[in-house]
Write a protein that binds this ligand. Sequence first.
Ligand code: GLU
Length: 450
Amino acid sequence: MTSKSFYDLDCFMHGLKRRNPAEPNFHQAVHEVVESVIPLIRETQAYRDASILERLTEPDRIITFRVTWMDDAGNTRVNRAWRVQFNNSIGPYKGGLRFHKDVDLDTLKFLGFEQTFKNSLTGLPMGGAKGGSNFNPKGKSDGEVMRFCHAMMTELQRHIGEDTDVPAGDIGVGGRELGYLFGQYKRLNNRFAGVLTGKGLSFGGSAGRKEATGHGAVYFLKEILEHQGEGLSGKTAIVSGSGNVALYAIEKLNELGCKTLTASDSSGFIFDPDGITDEKLEFLKELKEVRRGRIHEYADKFGCEFHAGKRPWSVKADFALPCATQNEIDAEDARELVSNNVHAVIEGANMPTTADAVLILQQAGITFGPAKAANAGGVAVSGLEQSQNALRIAWTHEEVDNRLQGIMRGIHQKCLRHSEEVHGTVDYIKGANIAGFTKVADAMVAYGAV
Ligand code: GLU
């Protein structure tokens, strides 16, 4: 039996850091959750007796493997890949694959940990996982990407399955990559099953999956604003990124009458004071999704500012939606957002705000929508894709969109149920963490010591 006093945040984090050295992103993600749930652990003997926090912060398993493939010049290339199967207490492992030169185990552990709570919040039966590789897709031909994906799936296929683990996309993994990955799975197993989500619409993909993360983040913002008696119409937003999340967040912001002033990629950001209208957004989609070009082309075409090497947080707007990557809003950016009187920060990307920045925003009374809640729309529609695959049916776009809106509304309600007010605003971080945690923890208690 574990005593109450053991559950001190610093003491727990000290042990976690000792067991997982040199993994700052994992430490950051765990700290945020543990800080929220520690009062609940202290008052719940069953959680302490079952060592829930220790179990939840130790992945069920981590698979590491070599991926060998040949580039267009005939050179043999080697990358490292991982699948972190974090926790399957409430459903088969579920989470994306990330291809980026900086992917390492630390990144995937933080993402897999976060995914566990995010997936729980959706209310769907999905465990948490994440995977990926340090493969750099930038500048690679379609043939190279295909050979890499086929080689990666040759190993990954033995660890996944529709009732075991269902990967999807993330940074660097979109429709093209998922097509190659699914094709190789099907070839090796001679099975057409829902083992991946985000598939193409002609081979088992769900209507609305591509749009779901971005649309869902804006639906979450809409719920928050309605709760505050406010709305999106006539407002302005700054968005970072120009991938799947950012593009469809901008699309939904436009639809709801909110003007988006910025978008970015790793080379810098564009500032369009007239707003990224639907017509300009079509250009941006073609530029980023089809031609895979750089964002300065948008500024060249529409005659607006391009800020090389910068992030958009200095631009004044009502809402900030970080939709690019982790830790893209630091303390200095947060101070700038505060001095520009931003109303809300909604995390479209995973953990885009550093811990210091979160504190600054919260202390200034700025509404903060954490990733686990705000960007859960993507994995939620992945869950709906799994359901459709299992039933061998395909729902319409409208049907999926209605369900997505219902899920985002449900997440918002769960957050409210478990949160408190801090600095005059709802603490959505605490609400999301406790709601996500409780469902997983209760299942783990029920299983006994497994
Ligand atoms: N990578 C996305 C996320 O961060 C989606 C995962 C999925 O659809 O399984 O939630």
